[in-house]
Design a protein around this ligand. Structure first.
Ligand code: NAD
Ligand code: UDP
Length: 319
């Protein structure tokens, strides 16, 4: 068996389940590790019959001894609601999880990709954000467990690279959406679509003029695979996301239009430290990976809305 053995931590989550599916399609052997904090078995249920797929319940804050060729380290809740639920565990997952997975990469000489985040830029004072920007992060706020945890994980990746020559790839992911998101995930795309489909008010936090740039999941997974396939000289950090920027009001209006919903907009308090704007500079990804997102927001939202429509019919989510 010459196929690569690939470990995906957080593999039962939103991005992880798409990645596992893609890796199996590419002929890889996949070990999916998850503690099911935000991930669900249902996300990978259809993969369980594949003889090249294995699912293991494990918390990455504890060491893991397996033999693998590549590691995608995705384990970490990504939605503010979930990562703030147990902030100490969030930091442990990012930091201890990175140490454990880097230790595994060092022992097995596996290449390892870290799912970092645009949150390392905090509330940015440079726009759009290039990888050279060091960020504007509050170290003691409610988002800090996630932001600083991810920043520390990046530090560890680069220290393992310098100290042990570990083959690292650090991806800074900007807001990504698509089917398989949890309906109660709390992130803006899933919230708006579920609210629109149920005819409930669409909750805009603040004045809705803050911006984000949304990348469809298939585009992101393609970038992951391209980044993993690069030579050891390509370490990142590298921004992965869609540079087309929207306000939350524009997003809400687009969702209402696509779903034909009669929902109205309602305005709620802006969460603390909510970044005002965010847009990736993807010059590096274009150059190193010959990659850029292909799926326009409307098309991606239509696919995502169809997914949630089916899901809500099967299992209505409590209001
Ligand atoms: P998600 O919450 O759907 O998936 C995270 C997965 O990690 C879940 O399956 C969860 O159960 C698992 N997990 C959490 N803690 C764990 C632990 N201690 N041990 C093992 N498994 C654990 O989120 P997602 O959107 O799929 O995000 C995946 C990764 O990508 C995360 O690291 C996140 O920080 C990063 N990221 C995502 C986005 C995005 O927009 N989706 C943006 C930036 C970064
Ligand atoms: N947001 C919103 N309504 C919601 C959920 C989120 O207006 O129901 C806003 C949130 O305040 C932020 C943006 O949408 O400005 C993106 O939020 P999300 O939690 O998806 O991700 P973030 O980029 O903040 O991590």
């Amino acid at each position: 068996m010459n196929e690569k053995r690939v470990l995906v931590t957080g593999g039962a989550g939103f991005l992880g389940s798409h990645l596992c599916r893609r890796l199996l399609e590419d002929g890889k052997e996949v070990l999916c590790v998850d503690n099911f904090f935000t991930g669900r078995r249902a996300n990978v249920a259809e993969l369980l019959g594949n003889p090249r797929f294995e699912l293991m319940r494990h918390d990455v804050t504890f060491p893991l001894y397996v033999e693998v060729d590549e590691i995608y380290n995705l384990a970490c809740p990504a939605s503010p609601v979930h990562y703030q639920f147990d902030p100490v565990q969030t930091t442990k997952t990012s930091v201890h999880g990175a140490i454990n997975m880097l230790g595994l990469a060092k022992r097995t000489r596996a290449r390892i990709l870290q799912a970092s985040t645009s949150e390392v830029y905090g509330d940015p004072s440079i726009h759009p954000q290039p990888e050279s920007y060091w960020g504007n992060v509050n170290p003691i706020g409610p988002r800090s467990c996630y932001d600083e945890g991810k920043r520390c994980a990046e530090t560890l990746f680069f220290d393992y690279f310098r100290q042990h020559r570990t083959n690292i790839k650090v991806a800074r992911i900007f807001n990504t959406y698509g089917p398989q998101m949890h309906p109660n995930d709390g992130r803006v795309v899933s919230n708006f679509i579920v609210q629109a489909l149920k005819g409930q008010p669409i909750t805009i936090y603040g004045d809705g003029l803050q911006t984000r740039s949304f990348c469809y999941v298939d585009d992101l997974i393609e970038a992951f695979c391209r980044l993993m396939a690069t030579g050891p000289e390509v370490t990142g950090p590298i921004n992965l996301g869609n540079p087309v920027e929207f306000t939350m009001r524009e997003l809400a209006e687009l969702v209402i239009d696509i779903t034909g919903s009669s929902s109205r907009l309602t305005f709620e308090a802006l969460p603390a430290d909510d970044p005002k704007q965010r847009q990736p500079d993807i010059t590096l990804a274009r150059r190193e990976l010959q990659w850029e997102p292909k799926v326009p927001l409307r098309v991606g939202l239509e696919k995502t809305a169809r997914y949630f429509e089916t899901l809500l019919k099967e299992t209505p989510v409590p209001a």
